[in-house]
Design a protein around this ligand. Structure first.
Ligand code: GDP
Ligand code: MG
Length: 439
């Protein structure tokens, strides 16, 4: 993948005290190949490489004390710039309701993300209303209604015999009457872009004058995502993009080219089928992620959204200070369970997906019960000072928890690895705090 490829190249440079122009050239050949392989648009790659080269070969890098790091810094900054620079927020109307129109091809994830986005907004104390304006796909209305029921968010529909334009118009009147402050319109897609689809969307747009027209596009389609974005943008003047299925086996190219080619910012990314698997898009974090640095801030934010805020503060503090006992561990285990599948959480931790030695740190959900039993069999002192756990204490704990000594040993090892990782983690967070001074 792109991350691995770039990482390898960077590692070669990282150790270098002095970088020559030829070094930079060679590295940029690698970067160029990696980006093309990741399915980034050809012209975008060309511009990107020449911008980085210009800066890298200039004074800024060659004369600096740590040229290797400087090159990486330049790549990171340019990558961030390419994806829009700063986070692009939803455009909320000062006069409610804010009207959001979801558009895109069939299967891109419009309906799912109508649900996800409404949940996201609900958490920010908004009162959304969903409008079912896909009257063509069988069961499309039902799909949205099911999501609405799950989320306890009302869904406005008029069946499939009224035109989508009429449904959208009536839906907004209803939203006003019911004091709903955000309206999200789920529209129909087609397998391919066609005039009928575009005309219908245009009619809806002209009728309801949305504050946001969000293109929902499947990241796994790579270059196609960019072409789709171009066509929709030409006709509808999009205000933003939701890039979905980033959890899949995507090469990351779409995230990089969509903004660069269309000028349309990515506002959210979808990371799975579940309703809380949506995240605001942060170009700098995505750049770090692509470069294989993990995503500490998203992880902490995720914890904050799920865990109650005092506990989240404690977690953050403990992660940053790497002071963490088995008592905290047990306490967090409960919270972590609420954050989502562990694999996903662990995937955000810097370097973890690549560190082979840490593979067995993947606590599978079924093992959690074991882990809890072991920790609960420890005395208070043992929980705070695991280093006192000698052989006889370990045996007692294994017996007490109905596990084996091997299980206890494994947990102790995992706990130590985790603490090491947190240290790394906290160093990274500090670096980030210092306005990204190198890596
Ligand atoms: P629509 O036709 O654009 O409304 O697409 P749907 O919302 O019905 O989604 C199509 C399929 O993609 C469904 O099976 C969804 O569960 C799945 N899907 C949507 N978003 C994501 C995502 O972010 N990740 C993954 N893995 N699947 C997704
Ligand atoms: Mg749909």
């Amino acid at each position: 993948g792109l991350a691995g490829r770039l990482q390898e190249t960077f590692n070669k440079l990282r150790g270098k005290g002095k970088v020559s122009e030829e070094d930079v050239n060679q590295m940029m050949r690698e970067v160029r190949l990696a980006l093309l392989e990741a399915d980034v648009n050809f012209k975008v790659v060309k511009d990107f490489v020449s911008r980085v080269k210009e800066r890298a070969i200039g004074q800024e890098v060659l004369k600096s004390l740590t040229p290797g790091q400087q090159v990486i810094k330049v790549v990171n900054e340019e990558l961030t710039q390419l994806m829009g620079g700063t986070q692009s927020k939803l455009n909320m109307s000062p006069k409610p309701p804010t009207i959001i129109m979801m558009v895109g091809l069939q299967g891109a994830g419009k309906t799912t993300h109508t649900g996800k986005l409404s949940k996201y907004l609900q958490k920010q104390n908004k009162q959304p209303l969903l409008i079912a304006a896909d009257i063509y796909r069988p069961a499309a209305i039902k799909q949205l209604q099911v999501l609405g029921e799950q989320l306890k968010i009302p869904v406005f529909s008029m069946g499939n015999e009224v035109s989508p334009v009429e449904i959208a118009k009536k839906g907004i009147e209803y939203a006003k009457a019911e004091n709903r402050d955000v309206v999200i319109i789920d529209t129909a897609g087609r397998l391919h872009i066609d005039e009928t689809l575009m005309n219908e969307l245009l009619q809806i747009r002209d009728e309801v004058k949305p504050h946001e027209i969000l293109l929902v596009v499947d990241a796994m389609t790579g270059q196609d995502a960019v072409n789709v974005a171009n066509s929709f943008h030409e006709t509808l003047s999009l205000t933003g993009v939701i890039l979905t299925k980033l959890d899949g086996d995507t090469r990351g190219g779409a995230a990089i080219s969509v903004k660069a080619v269309t000028g349309c910012p990515i506002k959210f990314v979808g990371m799975g089928e579940k309703l809380d698997q949506i995240e605001p898009f942060y170009p700098d974090r995505m750049a770090s992620r692509i470069l294989g640095m993990g995503d500490v801030l998203t992880l902490i934010e995720k914890a904050q959204a799920t865990v109650d805020s005092q506990k989240a503060k404690d977690l953050e503090k403990k992660i940053r200070s790497a002071e963490f006992s088995f008592e905290d561990f047990l306490d967090q285990l409960e919270q972590v369970k609420k954050m989502g599948p562990l694999d996903e959480i662990l995937g955000m931790i810097p370097g973890l997906n690549k560190a082979k030695g840490l593979k067995d740190l993947k606590v599978d959900d079924k093992q959690l019960a074991h882990v809890e039993a072991i920790i609960k069999s420890m005395t208070k002192e043992e929980k705070q000072h695991p280093e006192i756990l000698n052989a006889s204490r370990r045996r007692r704990i294994a017996n007490g928890s109905g596990t084996s000594i091997q299980d206890v040993n494994r947990l102790l090892k995992q706990f130590e690895d985790m603490k090491k990782m947190m240290k790394q983690f906290s160093n990274m967070a500090k670096t980030k705090g210092k306005k990204k001074k190198g890596f």
